[in-house]
Design a protein around this ligand. Structure first.
Ligand code: COA
Length: 197
């Protein structure tokens, strides 16, 4: 009996340091519609993925997720178009990040680095005065991020923003407008502080 308990405990403990495919993760969270091993992304076991369809995650080669990310690819109503998250080859999502489509789409290019505590949000709540915000329809606005983009810790990327290739976003910035290729931006709201040379 004790040995059985020990081996169960050992297997549970070893699982906590494992990396899983998104299908395995989805299965574990018991919110999967269809299990399909279509991605070879390396995903730390301590992540939370929420989605309408697992296919709404489209990940390229060697995509990496560290622990404690919360990733939502969901829409408000079933009659709306799918809400997707695309992540390109060799891109990496560090720890404690928050990616949330809310009816829009998030496109992240190849070789991107998303560090820690970054939020990328692809919709707003409606804010008309004559209705409480909670019941208003979400307004989807896609976020598009190019290749080779480094997003520093604590950055917030707001709905509808397009970020060019090679951009660096300094820690703590709030990105409210589009950013051109190879700019280094910082601050609230984020402005160009220098260029990659
Ligand atoms: C963007 C970054 C790489 C720039 O570093 P750098 O080239 O050494 O730049 P400097 O420190 O010379 O700063 C250049 C200017 O930008 C400003 N700046 C730098 N970081 C800033 C930030 N996070 N927010 C606002 N302004 C910033 C500086 O104050 C400086 O302004 P000044 O010219 O008026 O004095 C760095 O500031 C940064 O944010 N790194 C992210 C670190 C991180 O999040 N790591 C996570 C682990 S992957």
């Amino acid at each position: 009996m004790l040995n059985k308990f020990k081996s169960l405990l050992t297997s549970l403990l070893s699982k906590s340091t494992m990396f899983l495919t998104i299908s395995e993760l989805a299965h574990q969270h018991n919110n999967i519609i269809k299990i399909r091993n279509y991605t070879k992304a390396k995903i730390h076991v301590n992540n939370y993925f929420c989605f309408d369809k697992v296919e709404n995650f489209q990940f390229g080669k060697n995509v990496f997720f560290g622990p404690y990310n919360v990733i939502y690819a969901t829409k408000q109503n079933s009659n709306e178009p799918d809400s997707k998250i695309y992540i390109g080859d060799y891109s990496s999502v560090g720890e404690q990040n928050n990616l949330r489509t809310g009816g829009g789409n998030i496109y992240i290019g190849n070789n991107c680095l998303i560090s820690q505590q970054v939020s990328i949000i692809a919709s707003n709540h409606g804010v008309d005065k004559n209705e409480i915000i909670k019941t208003q329809k979400w307004i989807a606005r896609d976020v598009i991020i190019g290749n080779d983009v480094w997003i520093g810790c604590g950055v917030q990327i707001l709905p509808g923003v397009k970020i060019g290739n090679g951009v660096v976003i300094a820690a703590g910035s709030v990105v409210t407008k589009d950013i051109s290729d190879y700019c280094i931006v910082g601050g609230v709201p984020a402005k160009v502080i220098k260029y990659r040379v």
